[in-house]
Design a binder for this molecule. Sequence first.
Ligand SMILES: Nc1ncnc2c1ncn2[C@@H]1O[C@@H]2COP(=O)(O)O[C@H]2[C@H]1O
Length: 914
Amino acid sequence: MKSPAHVLVDIVRNCALVSSFEDDVIIKQGERGDSFYIILRGSVSVYIDPKMTGEGVDESTARASAAAKRKSVKKLHTAPESEASILSGMEKASVTSAEVHDVTVHRTEAEVALSHEDADTDSEMTKKPTKLLAPLDRNKFGKFIMKYGQGGAFGELALVNKDTFRNATVVTDEDTDLMVIDQELFDRSLKAEQEAKYAEIREFIETNSFFKDMNVKLKKLLEMSIRKERYIFDTNIVRQGDPVEGLHFIISGSANIIIQPKKHPGQYPQLWPFEAGVDQIAIEFEHLREMRRAAILRKYEDPSVWDTKPEDLVIRREQGYAAIEKHMKESHINLCSVQNKEVLGDIETLLNLGTYVQTVRCTADTQCFVLDTKNFERLVSNRKANPITMDIMRAHVKNKLCMRMQMKQADLIPLLGYMHHKITEQMLPQTKKVEPFKTSKSVPDVEEEMQHLLQYFREGKEVMLLKPIVPGVVYYRELMHEKAKIREQQKKASGNADPPTRRRVIKAQNNRKPRSIAQIRESLQQMMEAEVIEIETKKFKKRTPKPQKAKSSDQQLSVRTVPSNTPRTLVSSYSNVSESQDSVKPGLIALMQAVRKADTASETSETSSIDLPNHLTEFRNENYSNGNSSHVASAHKPVPPVFVTELSTHEIKLPAIREEKTQEEIILREGSASKILSERTPDNMTTTHHREKDNNSKASTKGTKHAKSKTPNKQAPSIQISAENKDNAPIEGTFDISVASTFSKENVPRLPALDGSQLSLNHGQESARTEDTSGSNVSLNWKTAIKFVNQRVQDRLTKALLEEETPYKDFLTSEPSLKLLENRIQAFHIKYGMGHKTKNLPPLKRYKLDSQDAPKPGGRVIVKRQMCRFADTEYIVKDHQHVKHSMVEHLADFDRVRKTKIVVQQLLKSSDNS
Ligand SMILES: Nc1ncnc2c1ncn2[C@@H]1O[C@@H]2COP(=O)(O)O[C@H]2[C@H]1O
């Protein structure tokens, strides 16, 4: 093998020297070539036409275009100088080497003179003398790739590759002297070395994680585009602030990464301050970046933030070289050391930073493979041609930045965090545009609602005053009711109610506060009174034989029946109470005790007390004819039944009104409590539940088809009272315990129509005091209870329920309700903005839906839709609408400006808090 000196001598002796002028095309892409060039003086530029290499198109298209090209080559192979000769270096065209000549253009002085002469003649003829001297249009050669200067060499590929096609176009940038080495000389002097170089590059590509998965064609192109460079000890491979050349892959040696963070703001003014964008808060305040930048500059008045040069100069001039060296050392951060397999310039390239973030100084002789930016853009970052490499690179860069951020001095380099954030953002499948405030989790729902409102106001839209619908706002309760109803309906429709979720249960338990003993006692007492628990019963059980309990009853009730051929009496089984408690407890307890006492007495005497109406026979047979019930002797005459089923401690239920099918009013049965009721029931009757109103109201009942008897509700504790009407259907009322609590033997209301004779209650010794003409004995207490209950029913159907018809007679649209609404609006306003000024808000305007002067709903006028509680019952009362609509106009003086003010205040408040 020849020594380098011998090779050099051989080359110098046998090469040719050529001088070229500016814009001479030395090599044309696609043509065949047999020369290698070394630049002795001047410079050249390399251009590649991507269409000819097939890069940037997927393989199938490339194949198709290649086939097309092959065809055209066959056609035109006789004219090698024509366009047909511009073939892809990759394509193996069937053109013989003899037919193709090296068409490298060397413009000699004579040729140029000639062309000038031509131009002159031309100018004489065409008067356009400068035409040939016009600058060369280099665009037609494709993309600019790189420049070679003095000492550079090119044209080796055609000689190394068997196909001898030129892979790029080379054009002189100035007058250039070239050393030309022909194929023969090249083969014997340089070919081996060049081949080895390309083999090494090929191996690098095959093993490098960025490139190994690229397609073969791109790999081949990449192979031609990568060059090897050597850097000696203590030289910089790249320098912070210099324009990014491309990627440097260190393959041997080692280097230090040195960073001057102070330079970064000047290098990347568009990104500075670098904290912006790193976290959620910074993103939200991204729009304030300029202000922050100015503020920081004002604060520190530090020009070095922008440029470190003047500062360096000042130090050097004032304090000398030693000082500046020391200063430089201090401001340089030696971040880490890198070696084989390190990539330089990848961060900058991916983040499009333009200049190097760091200086990389060799700590040993170092070799790198270099992929220029242009070649990188052409072959790697082109997504179409190469979809995977960029993703691999991003992951690599992210890892690298992660590791660097964990280094000791990383805190002094804020740019690191920013770059990491940016790369992470790039790696997201779809980078989310973060809107300030809106997406922030720190902003509560209410605030978001307020922002919506603000938006509406900005757009000049009228908004419902009562929005947002959040707890504490006026219509929240109504909305929740509506929702609850819908849920209920859905549950009913689906057939089975879902059990509460475990989570809810836990929550409920957590919310429960521990109760004091007094509270526990109190609730126990209440439960006892409500017969939910059976403490008293148990006590009693020890002393007296217990009547059998009805199987179907969930409550502590039992009903005794008499044989079906005798009048049947239904009484409560509250017979197990000690007499000592009798007179002590007022109200309901007294009543219940009285009932129990009477019941006990009746048990012992085995007499029936209250007749069971016919329509209840079935009910009784179904529920109580299980042989467990004790039979009570019946009275001879049918008597109005009092059907005590359940107890209520809270709710006042509306009486369900039984209506005649044929008549336009409620008629109750004579000879019973219902008779009294019928006597006292006015012609017109309304079904509102304002007990405090007088009985002058006029509303009539309507005949209806609903005639089902209602089975007493055994779940909810309440007392239901059944009276009998013509159709033997019950009239049910609900016992008001709050009123009952004032009840005592002495103040039993006098019921003029209440006739003891109609009661066939037989309660042993107490019966002597009854006025029962049938001879049945009714205990005083029991009778009193019946009286009281009847009184209540009577009150319900006469006084309490008969209310004067007003536009807002329904509970929800009644005056108190609207007052409540006004209060809540006021509270809302006080809470959300106007404070004390809103105390004197004008009242809501009320309209009847059908009145002529009523405004149309919309804008400031809301229609309030409300369901009457009767909606759930089976009875329809004439002229009564279950669904009520009323209209309420918003407060008049609450103009938009003030609303906006409130919203803005609210927003400001919330941003202050956050
Ligand atoms: N990226 C590149 N791809 C191909 N050739 C290049 C590239 N950069 C520089 N060149 C040179 O341009 C020359 C064009 O002719 P050759 O193909 O013989 O050899 C080529 C290389 O020496």
